[in-house]
Design a protein around this ligand. Structure first.
Ligand code: PXP
Length: 236
């Protein structure tokens, strides 16, 4: 199973001080160096983490696969066609949300979506749709000529009991099998972490997982030790 690393939170930290550090592009290169198969970033309407300049620099720097998460707006369509990431992932976006809260409602937007995807199909930019693990959404994704679906694992991650988690995992497994049977590539993401990821190794239909928060949160703590030691070496 491959890992795609979302580096948005590096930009969130940088933006907290309005300065240059930490640089999300440096983080992307480190993730690639360690074996990440792709770099994910979400250019939000309010640019709360990465911005347009970051995206242009990421496009220059990333040599594995750049996955641009984006809302289905005309502005983002233009930016994406100009930037030419290997992959775009369409996500629903609400200004007030802390993070993406659920899958894209394809049934509601089907006609607009099918038109929206055409230039990407024509330009050879792969399209993934972030959806709930439901048959109806998967069927519509295939019909709208998406190449891939990203199954939302946030519900699984939120389940408290192992019984509930197993049930949700089964729903994800069945969705993955169904999506593959329709010729779609399948990835999964949202809320995955060091404690809940293991069962995904057994779902062979899921080729890749997309993880941001857990990795960046862990990096802060594992890296803090060396950062403090380094500063002490300088001042002592
Ligand atoms: N996949 C999608 C579509 C997302 O919007 C996000 C969050 O930006 C992720 C994966 C990664 O989620 P997390 O940060 O919880 O690992």
């Amino acid at each position: 199973m491959r890992l795609a690393v979302n580096i948005d939170h590096i930009a969130t930290l940088r933006n907290a001080r309005g300065e240059q550090e930490p640089d999300p592009i440096a983080a992307a290169l480190l993730a690639e160096k360690c074996g990440a198969a792709g770099i994910v970033c979400h250019l939000r309407e309010d640019r709360r983490h990465i911005n347009d300049h970051d995206l242009a620099r990421l496009r220059q720097a990333v040599t594995t696969k750049l996955d641009l998460e984006m809302a289905m707006t005309p502005e983002l369509q233009q930016i994406a066609l100009k930037t030419r990431p290997e992959l775009i992932t369409l996500v629903p976006e609400k200004r007030e949300e802390l993070t993406t809260e659920g899958g894209f409602d394809i049934a509601r937007h089907y006609e607009v979506l099918a038109e929206y995807l055409k230039p990407f199909n024509a330009e050879g930019i792969e399209v993934s749709l972030f959806i709930e693990p439901e048959k109806s959404a998967i069927e519509l994704a295939a019909r709208a000529s998406a190449d891939m679906v990203e199954l939302h694992t946030g519900v699984y991650a939120q389940k408290q009991s192992s019984e509930e988690q197993t049930k949700e995992l089964q729903r994800i497994r069945e969705a993955a099998i169904y999506a593959r049977s329709l010729g779609l590539k399948v990835v999964a993401g949202h809320g995955l972490n060091y404690l809940n990821i293991a069962p995904f190794r057994d779902i062979s239909e899921i080729e890749e997982v997309s993880i941001g928060h857990a990795i960046i949160a862990r990096a802060v703590l594992t890296g803090l030790e060396e950062a403090v030691r380094e500063m002490l070496r300088i001042i002592q």
